[in-house]
Write a new protein. Structure first.
Length: 76
């Protein structure tokens, strides 16, 4: 159960002299690093899919046709 007085608790970096600002910057660095790793992973995944499509053109064609059929039958 969450605290009932959560509005009274200060947010991170609000209290001067407690060293919370460095904690916040470290959290932002971790978030930035996670986003960079995720972006690299998604680039690698897209590259692998393109390679698979080039190596297996028949499978890629059937996947495209299947996707087109799904999109035609999907109702907005």
């Amino acid at each position: 159960m969450p605290d009932r007085n959560f509005h009274e608790t200060p947010s991170r970096g609000e209290e001067p002299g407690t060293g919370r600002g460095t904690e916040r910057s470290a959290e932002l660095e971790r978030e930035g690093e996670r986003r960079r790793r995720r972006a690299q992973f998604l680039r690698d995944l897209a590259e692998a899919r393109e390679l698979r499509d080039r190596v297996q053109p028949r499978r890629a064609k059937t996947a495209r046709l299947r996707h087109a059929m799904r999109m035609r039958t999907f109702r907005w």
